[in-house]
Design a protein around this ligand. Structure first.
Ligand code: GZL
Length: 348
């Protein structure tokens, strides 16, 4: 940790070194007996929510590859295994260790006021990444870096509508289910909100919502349940790639074909992230028709926030990353939302 004393000593070293180079010694001690060795590392406590998906692993890797000793950091990493109580415990241990910064990737939005107040009390800046926190006082965190999940949902739904519209399929003939991510997470709340808005706009028949928790196994369970309870589903909206893999497992095991030709009995599968290699392969061969990009590379963005804070600058409160759509079928080349065009590319 680098308290104010450390920073003053750090500054003293720099002045001393400059003076030594310039042949003069500041008043007081000479550098020789200051007793400080080498550059002080910036300590960063990172509470990662879990390792539930390929996106999450890529996000962790992005942070670990940036916050290294070579780059001037000591990273204290904690994997909460998707439990908020573990994240709260980790944040308290970071406070005890008097880290310089806390980075939090929150599993769900609510329940952070108390522990973030403790961090504020300890004068430790908190940077939120990926999903957001719903707190009564926004001064409890310095800034947030992540995706616009509602926009992601709207982009994928607009792609579905344009793709099926070109095949002459009317909105009322779309019988769609939403396999939701971890309930209460910003990614789930946003992707579901975008879905609901566009499904209403296009007049789709929303058959059901099932819980997929962003995992392959829960995606499988959800698809089994949908096949048991509903006959006419022809589009499956998965809120991440790992869920989509579970859905494809079940559909193919039950003799159905995944693809965009729903007029001839295929079942369209769409998803989000674009990280999992098997999902990208399914995108190329058509089992997944479209993937909404969700960029996990938050390491460099968080590091630039910390550099700004170290320099006494104030970062923007909300920092959105820009994202597009992936599809192997280029009959839809872009979608237009809020006056902005979002391109479709064949893969990341
Ligand atoms: C989105 C992130 C989601 C991913 C899932 O930023 O919160 O959580 O879409 C991950 O893969 O589990």
């Amino acid at each position: 940790m680098r308290s104010l004393d450390h920073k003053l000593i750090h500054g003293f070293i720099i002045v001393s070194l400059c003076c030594l180079l310039a042949g003069c010694i500041p008043a007081g001690d000479t550098g020789a007996d200051s007793g400080i060795t080498g550059e002080e590392l910036i300590t960063v406590g990172f509470s990662q929510l879990g390792a539930e998906s390929d996106w999450r692993s890529a996000n962790t890797e992005s942070m670990k590859s940036v916050f290294t000793k070579e780059n001037g950091y000591e990273l204290i990493f904690d994997d909460a295994q998707q439990k908020q109580t573990n994240q709260i415990t980790a944040i308290r241990s970071f406070i005890q260790r008097d880290v310089d910064y806390i980075v939090l990737a929150p599993v769900t939005e609510k329940g952070w006021d108390t522990v973030l107040s403790e961090a504020k009390e300890a004068d430790i800046p908190v940077i939120i990444v990926d999903r957001q926190v719903d707190v009564s006082d926004e001064s409890l965190f310095t800034c947030w870096v992540g995706s616009d999940f509602e926009l992601e949902g709207k982009m994928v739904c607009m792609w579905i509508s344009k793709f099926l519209g070109r095949k002459g399929i009317k909105g009322e003939d779309v019988h769609i289910v939403d396999i939701q991510g971890t309930l209460g997470s910003t990614a789930q709340l946003g992707r579901t909100k975008g879905f609901d808005h566009m499904a209403k706009l296009y007049g789709w028949d929303v058959v059901a919502y099932e819980q997929g928790d962003f995992t392959r196994s829960k995606g499988k369970e959800a698809m089994f349940k949908i096949l048991r309870n509903y006959e006419d589903v022809n589009v499956v909206y998965c809120e991440n790639d790992n869920e989509a893999l579970g859905v494809i497992d079940v559909l193919e095991a039950s003799g159905r074909k995944c693809g965009g030709d729903i007029a001839n009995g295929e079942i369209m599968v769409v998803s989000f992230d674009g990280i999992n290699k098997q999902a990208l392969s399914h995108l190329m061969t058509g089992e997944i028709s479209c993937i909404g990009e969700c960029n996990p590379m938050h390491g460099p963005r968080v590091e630039s926030v910390i550099r700004k804070l170290e320099a006494g600058e104030e970062p923007y409160k909300y920092q959105y990353v820009s994202e597009g759509l992936f599809s192997a079928d280029m009959s839809v080349t872009s979608v237009m939302l809020g006056g902005k065009e979002y391109k479709v590319t064949r893969k990341p």
